[in-house]
Design a protein. Sequence first.
Length: 419
Amino acid sequence: MADIFEKLLKNAGPLGQHRERAHGYFAFPKLEGEIGSRMKFRGKDMIVWSLNNYLGLANHPEIRKADADAAAAYGLASPMGARMMSGNTDQHEQLESELASFVFKQDSILMNFGYQGIMSTIDAICGRHDIIVYDAESHACIIDGLRLHPGHRYVFKHNDLEDFEKQMQRATALIEKQKAGGILVITEGVFGMAGDQGKLKEIAALKGKYDFRLLVDDAHGFGTLGKTGAGAGEAQGCQDDIDLYFSTFAKSMASIGAFLAGDKAIIDFIRYNIRSQIFAKSLPMPLVIGNLKRLEMLRTMPELKEKLWSNALKLQAGLKERGFDIGKTDTPVTPVYMIGGVEEATAMVMDLRENYKIFCSIVIYPVIPKGHIIYRLIPTAAHTDADIQETLIAFTETKAKLDAGAYKVEAIPDMAEKK
Ligand SMILES: Cc1ncc(COP(=O)(O)O)c(C=O)c1O
């Protein structure tokens, strides 16, 4: 019999295979200093474009104070135990009620992490006769949630309504044949890689034609889209058609935790049946109080969202004017598509960091097809005009070098942290 660890030592995985050269630089980099548009990386000041700190709340003095005061008052331990057993508080319930109002729903439930929360929601509401129809580019947490689902699932091509209808017809036919079960459609408000919004309005409009409930993961839309910041459903005028609205606190709220909102009776069911919350310690008090403060700022400081959008539009217009392909984004998420190999992409990133002081994330094979590179820029309310201008110049110069073949290297540059 093989030692179960043997294969792990032979094959480190598609990304792990690069770790000896990449660790601490291309992967697991350490950004230091106060969270903002300029931070330190390996001792150098960088303009940072890789944080989902959309509204610039991470280091806002009022947030820092609220977090510190709550930690001083309660410590990190409080409350002890799971909500159901001993870890419930008035503040947890207050946050749930305020979140529900903010996204125009009757009730909501807090989750310690979005990733587990989505998985566990799918597990709680779907039985073996139920069918899940989901977008092909769904986030890993949705895909992992599907793994917990004992019934059928049908995937539709990303944002493709024709294919969506095809899969709905298959699902509907199977439900009729089984004479049991229902359909849950899962998609996202904003797809975090390409920045395009999910076609929520169009999907919701098909509710008359097909019978289904709609779960939307709006991790990137919450706080950034819609008149009041209630997200992609509000922006598209179909919030009422979203049966279960989800967001993490990890992005516009610059915190930890997540929530799921919907009709009271359904949220009540989930509250009593969601395993990742029932069998896990309650969200610590400083996070609950800190998230109450963040939500208050989302409600009362629309200028944060306005600044985010003004920066996003300046960056996107600047890139387009310079001939860059930024795809179909209609949100602040700004992908820059280029052609090149994994080695070239890493050499360009190194040049961007070392010589232009630009820190952004790259997405390469196997996450996307071979030969393609995506530089992913996340503008925030904390960025300045100078940050944007310097970045546009850096991208123009490095793209010219990429096209001239200047980054053609044999292997990923060895930038690993030497201990
Ligand atoms: C679309 C989407 N859903 C869910 C999550 C997971 O949320 P969390 O970080 O709270 O686990 C993320 C990443 O944060 C995300 O981008």
